[in-house]
Design a protein around this ligand. Structure first.
Ligand code: PEP
Length: 250
């Protein structure tokens, strides 16, 4: 099974248009991957969730109606006076399947390793899944500190029965830059992660994220150990996202 995840961030997406564009591509291809070959997940805000989940329910397209919906963040707290935050209990109540945690854009806004771990715990308590993001910044890469940096992110998260549902390796310098990481860089991260997973007996798909597009998806998905991709900008357009999905083979 491969995985393709859309992260819409705070962009406004016209969901009617997105659905139509997506379905046009699916219908025009005889061998579009089946839902048991490529799992599609869209990570969106809760308003879009209510609109998109109704569309999924009403759609007769069997690829579209198997899309899973996640949010992009969850509160580290359980309940209480935390204005503006959304708890895992609430996500569970509305029917969201899980959330991204540890995205670098949230880490840059104050999410520490411990906060990301607490968010993982909250999701776990509600039986919800997580897409755990890790990745180094340019300075860490250039100073040859990538391995200890990634290991620290993994070690702080993978404890007390918490482990990633999906692990996304997203080097910060590749996110939204239009310049994806090269295969050597991705492979070295995969081997750090796989060694760690082996030691901890964790079985979890590894995804890459950072400027994935319809032009580079085939190269990235063919890197050994990569089970899928997390896509930001190129997921905002239903046609682009479906073309990327069509190029992923199990
Ligand atoms: C992301 O936001 O996680 C991401 C990978 O974005 P982009 O594809 O735009 O680099």
């Amino acid at each position: 099974m491969k995985y393709l995840i859309a992260n819409w961030k705070m962009n406004s997406v016209d969901i009617d248009v997105w659905e139509q564009e997506f379905i046009n591509v699916v219908s025009s291809q005889n061998n579009f991957p089946k839902s048991d070959e490529v799992k599609l997940i869209v990570c969106l805000n809760l308003y879009d969730y209510t609109v998109f989940s109704k569309k999924i329910k009403n759609s007769k397209n069997e690829i579209f109606n198997k899309i899973s919906l996640f949010t992009q963040d969850v509160s580290q707290y359980d309940d209480g006076a935390f204005t503006g935050q959304i708890s895992s209990k609430f996500l569970k109540k509305v029917g969201v399947e899980g959330s991204i945690i540890g995205h670098s854009e949230l880490r840059e806004n104050g999410d520490t390793e411990n906060i990301v771990f607490e968010k993982g715990l909250r999701l776990n308590e509600q039986g919800l899944s997580n897409i755990f993001c890790i990745g180094e910044g340019l300075e860490i890469l250039e100073n040859n500190k990538k391995k200890p940096f990634l290991l620290n992110q993994l070690q702080t998260f993978c404890k007390d029965n918490i482990s990633p549902g999906l692990l996304a390796y997203e080097p910060i310098w590749a996110i939204g830059s239009g310049k994806e990481a090269d295969s050597e860089n991705i492979s070295s991260a995969v081997s750090i992660i796989l060694d760690f997973f082996e030691e901890k007996k964790i079985d979890c798909p590894i995804l890459y994220g950072g400027s994935v597009s319809k032009s580079n998806i085939e190269e990235i998905i063919s890197i050994p150990g990569i089970d899928g991709c997390l896509v930001g900008n190129s997921s905002l357009d239903g046609e682009q996202f479906a073309i990327i999905a069509s190029k992923i083979k199990s």
